[in-house]
Design a protein around this ligand. Structure first.
Ligand SMILES: NC(=O)c1ccc[n+]([C@@H]2O[C@H](COP(=O)([O-])OP(=O)(O)OC[C@H]3O[C@@H](n4cnc5c(N)ncnc54)[C@H](OP(=O)(O)O)[C@@H]3O)[C@@H](O)[C@H]2O)c1
Length: 163
């Protein structure tokens, strides 16, 4: 099973502020939907609360250490290993780690692919993607998206594969 991270970061690595994503880029959300549709998504409990509900067409596995935590149409798991095993046993071929920072930090050493959107701005952030050694990754494709009517910030999408 391929383990993929999908994330959008600003120029300082910021990914979140007060438990939300600090920009609105419909083009990037559409890409997120296209890549993740039909797959298992692993996410931290705080990111689930930020999204607020299960995303249609995808099985969400929420990581939480609270055995009482329940969310409609989602599975919970107490460790990353258990969450990955649940996805693999369900026949998943590519699982997506969708954040937040705590989950990215733990998953980064295991990940095979990163779907990375670089948002060309510097926002107020309180949550950051972990530093990682970009020389250990090959850029398979890279595409620039200028600011437009729908997407108020220019951004670059990169698809990285571990060397
Ligand atoms: N820009 C992006 O692409 C992007 C993507 C996703 C999220 N975000 C942003 O990131 C922020 C949230 O990130 P965060 O780091 O604060 O929180 P998070 O990673 O979403 O969730 C943290 C919670 O996950 C659970 N958890 C973490 N590690 C675990 C483990 N090893 N085993 C079991 N449970 C574990 C714990 O839940 P319990 O406390 O319930 O035990 C912990 O409190 C938000 O601002 C969100 O908008 C941005």
């Amino acid at each position: 099973m391929i383990i993929s991270i999908i994330v959008a970061v600003d120029e300082k690595g910021g990914i979140g502020f007060e438990n939300h994503i600090p920009w609105h880029l419909p083009g990037d959300l559409a890409r997120f939907k296209k890549f993740t549709m039909g797959h298992h998504l692993l996410l931290g409990r705080k990111t689930y609360e930020s999204i607020g509900s299960a995303l249609p067409g995808r099985q969400m596995i929420i990581l939480t250490r609270n055995p009482e935590f329940k969310a409609p149409d989602c599975i919970t798991a107490p460790t990353l290993d258990e969450a990955l095993t649940l996805a693999e046993n369900a026949g998943e071929n590519e699982v997506f780690i969708i954040g937040g920072a705590e989950i990215y930090r733990e998953a980064l050493t295991l990940a095979d692919h990163i779907y990375l959107t670089l948002v060309h701005t510097s926002v107020e952030a309180d949550t950051y993607f972990p530093q990682f050694d970009q020389t250990a990754w090959s850029v398979i494709c890279e595409q620039d998206f200028p600011e437009d009517d729908q997407n108020p910030i220019a951004h670059t999408f990169k698809y990285l594969v571990r060397e």
